[in-house]
Write a protein that binds this ligand. Structure first.
Ligand code: 26V
Length: 819
């Protein structure tokens, strides 16, 4: 049917009175509340429904357009999408923010306050999940037919509370009041098989055929979330899968008359999409995690192929029509799954199926840390996915045969590149599978890609010299500048016009302004207002007073040993000691802000949180440093907290052990918000230095190569301890209970890891240059004109870190969907 135009409720989104009518209609008819008797949440839901309505029309138009253009589709498969709140972002992207602000004022409500009632979609751990969300924003803004596929978790990232300085995890029931953005699609339902066994049966033509039978099945039901691009023209889709029991259980037990058992089994299978795994540090090989991975991969591939087959195309066309990006190895079981579908369900010959598969998939690696690389025991794989294991064996066999032919006699090579790790119990190495089954493998920053090619995947780089590419991460300027920092966005738009929102490199035009005193004053006024705002939030929520005139020194990210929050703390303690010794003349007042969650089982990271809080307490109580030094741990760091903090940062702490942070994206968010980075030559910091210029960044510490060399010569932790009195003092204070008088050896494990267990993260080796670098920071901060100039240049030269640039590179170099 064709829809008559006059049926739409809002024909002109700039017409305030029609917006208001729509809002009140939603309140009454969708929420069922009398406008005279409402809570703030009711209005939030009513507003979200109106906005969703506006998105829905454009969403349908976008889908029609893609269909008519017969455009190649890009599918981004990710276990995580760390979206955050959607209201403010959607309003800005469709260009109705101010209009709705007026409408709400009319009914006596404040839009910003209302926006706070939205539960955030925290369906991710950290960098990898947030990157996926930024890329969805860019795909839509660039008008590319790019779709996310993931899991509809009932419980996303846990919320963090701090009790007595310790992290306590609480489940976050973000769907408690329902999710106004999503469309449940009970009709989009796929069967996902598990367990069972494989039987071989000859085909009519005598060829062997495999059937996977007697499986235990779970259903995957779709939830669709609209993803608006900037300007609101294009709206793409994020499809998340929730587990629903298959009716087989019911029938089986109902027939036996065992009703309770039937319901029990039903809840069991629906547990699959219950919770996000909150540990991105160590791979633990849990059965439920592998089930989650296959569950969403299987449903997504069925969905992708169903859409592809609409026009009865031949499978050999798949790579021209479809690109599938694997966000880390988590969805890499998609490779044997597509093979299984082609081989077993459509009788495509192996070589053809393999060529189609490799040309369709590409894989992004996000970490080099060996403990985070995914491996699954062959036993578990065989139990859950017996047919996939067979296919993996066959992929491996053919691959190793080819390698053997190309590199005769190199047995070590065969063992090293095999998908199956034969040592320490047989295990499937998912990264090897992902590399072999993709036509492109990308690292997320230049150094990261180089290390990938020269260290953990060097054999593969030799075997597939053209497969490895580098695409440095990016962040969306819509959320991280236009939305999060309204003050700076306004100043920029007044200075260079509004084009930067979709063409961030235009920020370069600000470079000339850095030399103008008047512009610097305005820039400073914005930063100062942002700092005051953050100070007032901290005062309100944590009841801690911080001085808005002090230097805001910020480290916000997941708690990890390699990110070295402990190194930051050693500087804080050293600073404290210097202040108490009366050496305050060259030091500027500082507020050191930390925020981040530790994985629930990561004891060392949790102990660092406790140490930060203990140090904060001691310093906070010491009147001799009042007004000069303060330490704040902001609990429950998440996307919303990040949006509050980023605009107020002056010093951006990016101090990971060189070679260990694949890219970092918080570093980019802070730079574009006018912070100056203090960091190591790691991840994208290197590229930030290239872009902003080495005079406008504080670099310290050993390079990845130097650390490598140092370790080869034998790392002597004690030498650093004895050679530096201030370091020794700081470590001794921690280990002798200066910050924990109630439990003197509380932090002994942290000190032991440095002094007795080899200091894997080279904290001691980098201490001295870090402290020296921090002294330089103080010197520069005293000269506020020069500081401001450098901060402006950071903004001006951060345009390249837009996720629009990154997604364009994927489109050109990997997906073959150039823009
Ligand atoms: C690993 C695991 C292990 C099994 C359980 C769940 C889980 C979840 C995630 C991960 C991988 C985490 C890797 C990651 O987040 N890497 C970060 O990716 C960012 C985006 O590319 C990058 O900026 C960060 O430097 C990198 O640490």
């Amino acid at each position: 049917m064709t829809v008559p135009e006059d049926i739409y409720e809002i024909t002109n989104p700039k017409d305030i009175s029609s917006l208001k009518r729509a809002l009140v209609n939603r309140l009454i008819y969708s929420i069922g509340k009398d406008p005279v008797e409402t809570q703030e949440r009711d209005w939030f839901f009513a507003l979200a429904y109106v906005v969703r309505d506006l998105l829905t029309l454009r969403w349908m138009e976008s889908m029609r357009r893609y269909y008519l253009q017969d455009a190649k589709r890009v599918y981004y498969l990710s276990m995580e999408f760390l979206i955050g709140r959607a209201l403010g972002n959607s309003l800005l992207n469709i260009g109705c923010y101010d209009e709705f602000k007026l409408v709400l004022e009319d009914v006596g409500l404040d839009l910003e306050e209302l926006a706070e009632t939205e539960e955030e979609a925290a369906l991710g751990n950290g960098g990898l999940g947030r990157l996926a969300a930024c890329y969805l924003d860019s795909l839509a803004t660039l008008r590319l037919p790019g779709f996310g596929y993931g899991i509809h978790y009932d419980y996303g990232m846990f919320s963090q509370r701090i009790e007595d300085g310790y992290q306590i995890e609480h489940p976050e029931n973000w769907l408690r009041y329902g999710n106004p953005w999503e469309f449940p699609r009970p009709d989009v339902l796929y069967r996902v098989q598990f367990r069972g066994h494989v039987v071989e049966c000859p085909n009519a033509d005598g060829k062997r055929r495999y059937r996977w039978i007697d499986t235990e099945d779970v259903m995957a039901m779709a939830y669709d979330i609209p993803v608006p691009g900037y300007g609101g023209e294009t709206v793409n889709n994020l499809r998340l899968w929730a587990a629903k029991a298959s009716r087989d259980f019911e029938l089986k037990y109902f027939n036996e008359g065992n009703y309770i058992k039937a319901v029990e089994e039903k809840t069991q299978s629906e547990n699959l999409s219950k919770v996000l795994y909150p540990d991105d540090t160590t791979q633990m090989g849990r059965e439920l995690r592998l089930k989650q991975e296959y569950f969403f991969v299987s449903a997504s591939l069925q969905d992708i192929l169903k859409k592809f087959r609409i026009d009865q195309r031949d499978f050999s066309d798949l790579p021209q029509e479809v690109a599938i990006q694997l966000n880390d190895t988590h969805p890499s079981v998609a490779i044997p799954e597509l093979m299984r579908i082609l081989l077993d369900e459509h009788q495509v010959p192996w070589d053809d199926a393999w060529a189609i598969t490799v040309r369709t998939f590409s894989y992004t690696n996000h970490t080099l840390l060996p403990e985070a690389l995914e491996v699954w025991s062959v036993r578990l794989f065989e139990e859950l996915l017996p047919r996939h294991l067979q296919i993996i064996y066959e992929i491996n066999h053919r691959f190793l045969t080819e390698v053997g032919e190309r590199f005769p006699g190199d047995m070590g090579l065969i063992q090293r590149v095999s998908i199956i790790d034969e040592e320490r119990g047989k295990r499937v190495r998912m990264a090897h599978l992902a590399i072999i089954g993709s036509h492109k493998v990308n690292g997320v920053a230049a150094l990261h890609t180089r290390l990938m090619r020269t260290t953990i995947f060097r054999d593969f780089a030799r075997i597939f010299p053209d497969r490895f590419v580098s695409i440095t991460n990016g962040i969306t300027p819509r959320r991280w500048l236009n939305q999060a920092n309204r003050g700076l966005a306004k100043l920029i738009t007044e200075t260079i016009g509004p084009g930067w929102v979709t063409d961030l490199e235009r920020l370069r035009q600000l470079a000339a302004m850095a030399d103008e005193a008047e512009f610097r004053a305005r820039f400073r006024a914005v930063k100062s207002a942002n700092k005051q705002h953050l100070a007032s939030l901290i005062a309100k929520r944590l009841n801690i007073g911080i001085d808005p005139a002090s230097l805001f020194d910020v480290q916000i990210k997941r708690m990890h040993e390699y990110k070295r929050q402990l190194l930051n703390l050693l500087h804080v303690i050293t600073r404290y000691n210097r202040l108490r010794a009366g050496l305050s003349q060259d030091m500027v007042p500082r507020t050191v802000i930390f925020g981040g969650k530790a994985a629930p089982g990561y004891h060392a990271a949790k102990l660092v949180i406790k140490l930060i809080n203990d140090v904060s307490k001691v310093i906070g109580r010491d009147s001799t440093v009042a007004g000069l030094l303060k330490v704040v741990f902001v609990p429950d760091y998440n996307v919303s907290r990040a949006m509050e903090i980023m605009p107020a940062v002056e010093l951006s702490e990016q101090i990971s052990t060189a070679g260990m942070e694949a890219s970092g994206t918080g570093n980019m968010k802070m730079a574009v918000n006018g912070a100056i980075t203090i960091g190591t030559l790691d991840g994208a910091n290197i590229e930030i230095r290239e872009k902003v210029g080495e005079k406008n960044i504080f670099i310290f510490g050993h390079t990845a190569e130097q650390l490598d060399e140092m370790r080869r010569g034998g790392y002597d932790a004690w030498r650093f301890y004895y050679d530096n009195e201030e370091l020794k003092l700081a470590l001794d204070m921690i280990s002798t209970g200066y910050f924990s008088p109630d439990e003197q050896d509380r932090f002994k494990p942290l000190i032991d890891s440095l002094l007795r267990e080899g200091d894997r993260f080279a904290i001691l080796a980098d201490y001295e240059s870090y402290i020296a670098c921090q002294e330089e920071v103080d010197r520069l901060y005293l000269d506020s004109e020069t500081w401001t100039r450098k901060a402006i240049l950071n903004v001006a030269h951060s345009g390249w870190f837009s996720s629009d640039r990154a997604v364009r590179e994927y489109a050109e170099r990997i997906w073959n969907t150039p823009i």
